[in-house]
Ligand binder design. Structure first.
Ligand code: ATP
Ligand code: MG
Length: 666
């Protein structure tokens, strides 16, 4: 079992005395490598001080027990080399400085020895380094796990699924030049020898709205620009595309088609290569690029009004290209259906078609990759799942997408709380230790507010959308108020007084999430009504994700973004304090410390400290538990400082152990 306290004790058990002394000196210079070791303080300020000290020394990783906190360095560090990977391979968790590789290796080792399944949950806000972390973990397995010539193709496909998915699912945003616009869960499957033999990817809620609209300073998905920049002349000619992105309405709304940090031409080459290794045929690619091109052509379709006030297509060129390179009959059909609409609705429908096409293509792509990663032999496999999922998000205008993202974060926070507390309590129970759980905020109440049957926001949304023509944003809000208005985490904000409500065309509502307050823009006809089914689907897929995760042993990586400017070395206290809060790090630390900071098997404790007590030195012949009792009595441990379990001594405060360590020097 992935056992935090066992690992903590591993630190001391496996360290030599010299290492321990070194660790104590290092503590002053570069902070502590595990927040649990911070002397008596668990204040946010001392937490931040420790994080800052380490960040300034390029030590971007720090533990809270087995949870890894990572601060984005925004510069290349020399800690991801093959030599480093080999260093971490098979080494006990706390013997080396905190690292992603230690987390990866620990999960792997436990998986191999106990033959069970694991997941590594990587969370944090946009730009915090989640995707980089998940790629580094994958690389770690690719390099350090045993493989055969036959299996190398699997390894390559696992690695190369990344550039393909990033091309279609990532985009430049204001916060991150390579922002993942979908949630991703990837299982890596291992055989009984620990060799990676397959994989499976689940994707969540790709941000389709980006296909037709980008905010200022943002781009569409990378693939569009890659194709135009990198695609060879013949291909573009066949697709009816011009090389210049400025020609395409769907690519220029953010006014930044060219980005300094992105080399679309080069990325295109990588993606093309990846496609060939992942087993896409030329025919598959023809279809795929045909669809990408169709979306661009679709965006350039203009409508004008005929004498009946109906929309007609101004120029047939785009349609011709769409028919040529994509699904002719379907598109023509769609456009015929569009014809009786007025111009506004025609544009709206055009965009809806573009979004739907892109969304389906993304799903097809994921399925196709899964086909190529699938391991067909039926022997039992174990898995390590990597979850790289969008962090809590508060924008200026928060719509349905933010609602889903933040709901997802509520669920994952709940999972973390349940799984860490559960593991801890199990250990205490097993050892017969009494303990009083410390109070912590259980966000189940907010999850219920969103997802409860009949009473939750998603159900209310569903109900409203079953009344087409009748439901409005106001009626939706009224229902919310009626059903969840007195919920402690729900606040409505009407933008006008009761009398003039009818003339108001927008309203919003506010939720008090575990991570803070968010106001959602609930314009029903545009955002929420279109999203009803999507919300329920998303809820269901999240439920099954949680089920998948609950059956596995967890590891956590919490990523922090150090500043808003993507600047190396800049530690923005305010911004980081905020993330420490909403990532629940202080809570996590408090839970860790409320229990017992250390636990060690009696035999190992005695072996290490027996020289500090005349009764146990040089040999103790009785049961180890009794020897330990004599020893700590001699050392003057107070009753509140420790508990004696069935097989281990539990020490509540780090300072007790530090004092015992210091006793060596006296
Ligand atoms: P989003 O939620 O928007 O997808 P993210 O958390 O996945 O964000 P990443 O794309 O992983 O963020 O990281 C953003 C950028 O930060 C990277 O493109 C890279 O430049 C830098 N970065 C992140 N982690 C590291 C690292 N360990 N070393 C060096 N640079 C890093
Ligand atoms: Mg990402």
């Amino acid at each position: 079992m992935f056992d935090y306290f066992y690992q903590i004790s591993g630190l001391v058990e496996d360290n030599t005395d010299a290492n321990m002394e070194g660790a104590l000196i290092a503590r002053d210079r570069v902070g502590v490598q595990d927040f649990v070791l911070l002397d008596s303080h668990t204040s946010e300020t001392s937490f931040l001080n420790n994080l800052r000290k380490r960040y300034q020394e390029n030590l971007i990783y720090t533990y809270i027990g087995t949870l890894l906190v990572s601060v984005n360095p925004y510069k290349e560090l020399d800690i991801y080399t093959v030599t480093q990977m080999q260093l971490y391979r098979g080494v006990n968790f706390f013997e080396l400085p905190p690292h992603l590789y230690a987390i990866a290796d620990n999960a792997y080792r436990v998986m191999c020895s106990e033959y069970n399944n694991h997941f590594i949950l990587i969370s944090g806000e946009s730009g915090a380094g989640k995707t980089e972390a998940s790629k580094k973990i994958l690389q770690y397995y690719a390099v350090t796990c045993p493989t055969t010539e036959q299996l190398q193709i699997v390894r390559d496909r696992l690695l190369l699924s990344n550039p393909v998915l990033e091309a279609f699912g990532n985009a430049k945003t204001l916060r991150n030049d390579n922002s993942s616009r979908f949630g991703k869960y990837m299982d890596i499957q291992f055989d009984f020898k620990g060799a990676p033999v397959g994989g499976h990817i689940l994707s969540y809620l790709i941000e389709k709205s980006r296909v037709v609209h980008q905010n200022h300073g943002e781009r569409n998905f990378h693939i569009f620009y890659q194709l135009l920049e990198g695609g060879d002349k013949d291909l573009l000619c066949w697709l009816g595309l011009e090389r210049n992105p400025q020609k395409y309405a769907y690519l220029i709304q953010g006014r930044c088609a060219k980005v300094f940090s992105i080399n679309d031409k080069n990325d295109w080459k990588i993606v093309r290569k990846a496609f060939s290794i992942i087993d896409f045929t030329e025919k598959d690619l023809e279809h795929l690029f045909g669809i990408v091109a169709s979306v661009l052509h679709l965006g350039n379709i203009q409508f004008e009004e005929d004498s009946n006030g109906h929309a007609i297509i101004r120029n047939g060129t785009q349609i011709k290209w769409i028919s040529k390179v994509s699904f002719p009959s379907q598109v023509v059909l769609v456009l015929q259906v569009l014809s009786p609409l007025n111009v506004d609705l025609a544009f709206y429908a055009r965009d809806a078609v573009a979004k739907a096409i892109y969304g389906r293509t993304f799903t097809w792509l994921v399925n196709k990759i899964n086909g190529s990663l699938a391991n067909k032999d039926s022997t039992r496999k174990t898995v390590i799942g990597l979850l790289d999922i969008y962090g809590f998000e508060v924008l200026d205008t928060n719509s349905f997408e933010q609602f889903c993202i933040n709901y997802c974060n509520e669920k994952l926070q709940q999972l973390l709380i349940e799984m860490t507390l559960k593991a801890e309590q199990e250990e205490y129970e097993l050892e017969g230790i009494e303990w009083e759980p410390i109070p912590y905020f259980n966000n189940k109440i907010i999850c219920d507010l969103v997802e409860q049957k009949h009473k939750g926001i998603i159900s209310i949304l569903d109900e409203e959308c079953l009344r087409p023509g009748e439901a409005t944003d106001l009626s939706f809000l009224e229902k919310l108020e009626e059903k969840v208005g007195d919920h402690a985490h729900f606040v409505t904000r009407k933008l006008a007084d009761q009398k003039t409500r009818k003339s108001i065309d927008w309203v919003d509502f506010r939720l008090l999430h575990y991570a803070g307050e968010v106001t959602y823009f609930a314009k029903l006809n545009k955002l929420f009504s279109m999203s009803s089914q999507v919300a329920t689907q998303f809820k269901n897929s999240l439920m099954s994700l949680i089920e998948i995760l609950m059956s596995k042993e967890p590891s956590y990586v919490r990523c922090i973004k150090p500043n808003e400017n993507k600047e190396p070395g800049k530690f923005d206290d305010f911004l980081i304090r905020h993330q420490v809060k909403y990532l629940g790090l202080m809570e996590h630390l408090r839970v860790r410390r409320a229990g017992f900071a250390y636990r060690r098997k009696y035999e190992l404790f005695l072996q290490r400290y027996k020289s500090l007590c005349p009764a146990t030195w040089p040999h103790w012949h009785g049961p180890a538990a009794e020897g330990v009792e004599r020893l700590i009595k001699h050392l003057g441990y107070k009753p509140e400082e420790y508990k004696l379990g069935r097989t281990k001594i539990f020490i509540r405060f780090p300072k007790t152990l530090f004092a015992t360590e210091d006793a060596f020097e006296i």
